[in-house]
Design a protein around this ligand. Structure first.
Ligand code: DX5
Ligand code: ZN
Length: 216
């Protein structure tokens, strides 16, 4: 089953609540929430207070993408604010395993993400203990960047490792996803597609979301 997770980074923040309700009506499966700290990535976006305020507006699954240094310091705050899944970047911490345990302890699903230039080998030992692997298809920091095709083999490589674990672990792809490349990432094994600018710049959120569910 393919899940589409619109990234609210490209939403109109002056009416964020309405945007979330529109995206839910349009058939979104998850809401992707990009948290940036101005250290791990050059941009600063939203924190737990925003998540807390949008939480009562929808029953959709909150997929929180933490692009922050020392994520362990903030896990509890994001869990309390209403995150369902917390995904940390492998590049941001020495002891990924302990942060994954902390996320689970706080009652959330746990994900690990890798930048386009981080090899899958770096998280090989971690994959069996997570619920989701996020393969970045742009360098994190901004919406609206161009999809990097060179990451396609990493999706397949991740899918092969997951198969060997015998567990059901999601593979999410994030960055530059459009109707032109959705089929390509799905064919490699991705089952959760994040799309920010493609969905929010489309006249019809519903048509945009539907167009991403097709195979190449
Ligand atoms: C990039 C973010 C993405 C971004 C996706 O740092 O992690 O989630 O919002 O936006 P698009 O789909 O426009 O590349
Ligand atoms: Zn993201």
């Amino acid at each position: 089953m393919i899940r589409i997770a619109p990234s609210i980074l490209s939403a109109d923040f002056s009416k964020l609540g309405e945007e979330i309700q529109e995206i839910e009506k349009a058939g979104a499966d998850w809401i992707h929430i990009d948290v940036m700290d101005g250290h791990f990535v050059p941009n600063i976006t939203i924190g737990p207070v925003v998540i807390k305020h949008i939480r009562p507006l929808t029953s959709l699954f909150f997929d929180v993408h933490l692009m922050i240094q020392q994520p362990d310091r903030y896990i509890e705050a994001f869990a309390r604010a209403g995150a369902d899944l917390l995904t940390i970047h492998a590049e941001t911490c020495e002891d990924i395993r302990s942060v994954i345990s902390l996320i689970k302890e706080k009652g959330c699903k746990a994900g690990v993400s890798i930048n386009p230039d981080t090899p899958v080998e770096n998280i090989k030992e971690i994959i069996p203990i997570v619920d989701l692997v996020l393969v970045m298809s742009v360098f994190p920091g901004f919406g609206g960047q161009k999809f990097i095709e060179a990451v396609l083999p990493k999706i397949k490589q991740t899918a092969d490792i997951i198969k060997r674990t015998g567990r059901s672990i999601d593979i999410e792809v994030d960055g530059g996803i459009t109707d032109k490349n959705a089929g390509l990432v799905i064919d490699k094994g991705a089952n959760v597609l994040v799309a920010g600018s493609y969905v929010f710049k489309h006249d019809s959120y519903k048509k945009a979301i539907e167009s991403l569910r097709v195979r190449s």
